[in-house]
Design a protein around this ligand. Sequence first.
Ligand code: 1GP
Length: 269
Amino acid sequence: MRQITVEQHLDYAIRRDGAAHLTLIDPDAQAPSAASGIAEAAAKAGSSAIMIGGSVGASGDILDETLHAIRDVTELPTILFPSSACGLCKYADAVFFMSLLNSRDVNYLIGNQVAGAKAVMGYGIEPIPMAYLIVEPGGTAGWVGDAKLIPREKPELAVAYSLAGRFLGMRYTYLEAGSGASDPVPQEMIRAVKSAGCETLVVGGGIRDAETARAAARAGADIIVTGTAVEEASDMQSGIGSEIEHGRESETETQIQKTISKFVNAIKR
Ligand code: 1GP
């Protein structure tokens, strides 16, 4: 039993370091054994929690098995990042209980939340209320969520959505450019949303290097999410691993860890 909530754990990390890093694992992107390697490296590198989710295929057995594999190797909190009620899992600690406020589809605004609320209660998962906003280019999440993408040059629209979320009781705002986005969320937009009083601002999508992560944190992001960069490091690591077989596993292990460490260190105050 945790002594503090996951939200308190994240608040503490943000207060201590200026910003926190979350490692995103898409259960559909690798085998559970590889996911556990990423989680272990994330813990060693100083990531504050593991986010688990994906736009398609992140549900059922593979989700359960990925959660088990992660929990076997680390005590870092696990936070679900579901694209629908199917992305819920009783083995997680918390869930970003989010509404995609700029969706045109009622299912992403409130339908899935209604479908999943009883499960969240029954499983005893901590819900963290979040306004989820998808910004251009938006990627798969934008397409699946039928988002009316926030134009990159319109920070005032992101501010209006974030304020609306806050007034509805959402303590978190997530500015999402889409996984693997060619352009991350603009700094000006991050600055505007944070200056307007957003309590906890999460930024992700297309953050591939330490400089971009640092710039987002300096602009006002409280939490930086990276998925693709870590996945690529993991793929590279398994490539190296299969070439050299056994023996240098601990050396190759550091590929993922190094990648995550760069983000963690870059965003520290
Ligand atoms: C996607 O914001 C996250 O929901 C992470 O994006 O995969 O581009 O790091 P990346």
